[in-house]
Design a protein around this ligand. Structure first.
Ligand SMILES: O=C(O)CCC(=O)c1ccccc1C(=O)O
Length: 365
């Protein structure tokens, strides 16, 4: 392999991903989601292609902008013709200089497409045991919001599929019904069998949060994600300090850029965990920075997808596998779409694996 990528050409196109079911969160219900797929190749060697994905989440991402397509177009035009060194660190350095951290999904797309291209255009983003099929990543089984019976069906399915960690979205159908679902799981499986995470997506008010956390804590809950809306630093710090239930920050990390801002937030709130979504939280390099800070401060972390297609999910999974993983990650979202791309990513017994067979990829746009 050459040490440089020469005269790189970029192009992109929107791709509408269609959900198999209505995916409910406390922000509303989604039926489809648009991702912008980025292709990168050398002008003299167009048959070797790297793929990336920019998939800003509506009403959540800082780069969910009305003129997203033209912003993406500008970067594609501006950066076409570039030549850069192939080693992964140089690729990430270059992307950090060229695309600002406050366009996280675009930065992530360029990072992914170039890491892929620099390593031969085989969807190898990081050369890890995971990519070679030698290690698997434990993941949580995700329970979307919906009617109580629909949630119970999802729970039964995840349990029968062999997950040992379930993450349930709460804050929509009513707190007592949600507690009832949790009680039903716990009546059959103790905390030694099933780890239970809940995700409130900011649904509680600061006044009620303490009491609700206490009710949840009766059921041996691993953690709660974002119990209150982001931006209420003192209230969030108080909840974390209370020790009622371990708290994981997610939406709270959106929009922060640079080491100093990140450090300041973590020092004020002192959360038990942070949750990283490269598409939302600045891309790969910025997520490495979050993880380094978390580890320095003794804060736990896990990685999750942000509803990318298998192109983005693959990048997040391979990136995750560059770390020693011992708790479940939120990477079980590949089955959400009718029209996702075939890929070597598979799930069995609550583990995400990569089958080392590149011909399983089928990216047709
Ligand atoms: O955590 C997971 O298992 C998957 C990721 C997930 O739930 C999610 C995906 C997109 C946007 C928001 C969220 C969320 O954690 O609330």
């Amino acid at each position: 392999m050459s040490e440089y990528l020469h005269n790189i050409q970029f192009s992109f196109q929107p791709y509408v991903l269609r959900f198999r079911f209505e995916a409910g969160t406390s922000r509303g219900v989604m039926n489809e989601k648009t991702s912008y797929l980025l292709r990168a190749f050398e002008k003299d060697n167009p048959s070797v292609v790297g793929w990336g994905e920019a998939g800003p989440l509506p009403k959540l991402s800082v780069d969910d902008l009305p003129d997203f397509g033209s912003i993406m177009e500008n970067y594609v035009e501006k950066l076409s013709g570039s030549s850069i060194p192939c080693d992964p660190k140089s690729v990430l350095d270059w992307c950090s200089r060229q695309v600002p951290e406050n366009l996280p999904s675009i930065r992530f797309a360029f990072e992914t497409a170039l890491l892929d291209l620099a390593q031969g255009g085989e969807r190898k983003i990081f050369d890890t045991g995971f990519f070679h099929g030698k290690m698997a990543i434990p993941i949580n089984g995700l329970i979307w919001m919906g009617k109580k019976e629909m949630m119970m069906e999802q729970i039964e399915k995840k349990l029968s599929e062999g997950y040992s960690c379930i993450k349930m979205k709460i804050g929509a159908i009513g707190f007592s019904e949600e507690l009832d679902l949790i009680a039903r799981i716990r009546s059959r499986f103790g905390a030694d069998k099933i780890v239970l995470r809940v995700d409130a997506n900011g649904a509680f008010s600061p006044e009620e949060a303490g009491e609700k956390l206490r009710k949840l804590a009766e059921w041996d809950i691993h953690s709660i994600e974002q119990p209150i809306r982001p931006g209420q630093l003192d209230e969030m710090a108080r909840l974390c300090r209370s020790g009622i239930l371990p708290i994981a920050l997610d939406e709270e990390l959106i929009g922060l850029t640079g080491r100093e801002e990140k450090l300041r937030l973590l020092e004020i709130i002192k959360p038990q965990y942070i949750i990283l979504k490269p598409t939302l939280h600045g891309g790969i390099r910025a997520s490495q920075e979050w993880i380094q800070l978390a580890e320095e401060l003794g804060i736990g972390w896990w990685m999750t997808s942000a509803l990318e297609s298998n192109i983005g999910l693959n990048a997040v999974a391979q990136f995750t596998s560059t770390y020693a993983i011992n708790i479940p990650q939120g990477l079980g979202t590949g089955q959400l779409y009718h029209n996702n791309f075939n890929s070597p990513l598979t799930i069995s017994n609550g583990y995400l694996r990569y089958l080392p067979n590149p011909s399983l990829w089928d990216i047709r746009v």
